[in-house]
Design a protein. Structure first.
Length: 213
């Protein structure tokens, strides 16, 4: 009898966990569908003309569902940048500890960026929104700044700059700036590929740091 109760309880716990996992996967799926639909519309009709109704329809959800995930279109944009940063931070954390800290950070940024470019059909049109519309530019930079704490913390954990937390945070902020400037250069120059621009920005950042010593 006692064994049966334990088994029943175990099954119930497993079902509860499975249900929670299913809800999380559904939440993530809907969120990403809304994000994808929004960026498709932003790139084709422009940010101002892309209405919440159109985004919701393109994502296959109701307007009410949209507002369950995002309060505004602008908030959706911030989410995209912050979500990218979360993926970079996770990739950086998972990198082999034997890898040099700055090299591991650069690898993390480049690998997530390549995945994003593969998934995104019109990256330059999206960057146009980020760089040409002042309100969106501000939101992009604000969201980008939120990468700094996690990246700085991981640099310190990996004993970059002897684990000096303040310096690691500063370096993380500089890498975020390099990320921004590489995208801006790629967008405005209209030549080369983005990874090449990114690697160049990282190299220039390292050269500047070396020259200042």
């Amino acid at each position: 009898m006692h064994k049966t109760i334990l088994t029943s309880g175990g099954e119930q716990g497993t079902k509860s966990q499975d249900s929670g996992s299913l809800r999380e996967r559904k939440h993530e799926f809907v969120l990403r569908e809304i994000e994808r639909a929004a960026w498709d519309l932003f790139a084709t009709v422009g940010f101002d003309k892309a209405t919440v109704e159109a985004i919701s329809r393109n994502a296959g959800v109701s307007r009410r569902t949209f507002f369950r995930y995002f309060r505004t279109k602008e908030e959706l944009l911030s989410f995209s940048v912050e979500h990218f940063g979360q993926r970079v931070a996770q990739r950086f954390e998972e990198a082999p500890k034997s890898r040099k800290p700055l090299a591991a950070l650069e690898d993390a940024i480049l690998s997530v960026m390549r995945e994003e470019m593969h998934d995104t059909r019109q990256p330059k049109e999206m960057l146009g929104l980020m760089f040409e519309e002042p309100n969106l530019r501000g939101r992009f930079l604000c969201a980008l700044s939120r990468w700094v704490p996690a990246l700085g913390k991981e640099l310190a954990k990996r004993k970059a700059y002897r684990g000096d937390a303040a310096r690691c945070s500063l370096v993380a902020a500089l890498y975020c700036t390099a990320f921004d400037q590489a995208h801006l250069r790629w967008y405005r120059d209209g030549t080369g590929d983005l990874p090449a621009h990114m690697k160049r920005a990282f190299r220039q950042l390292r050269d500047t740091s070396t020259a200042s010593r």
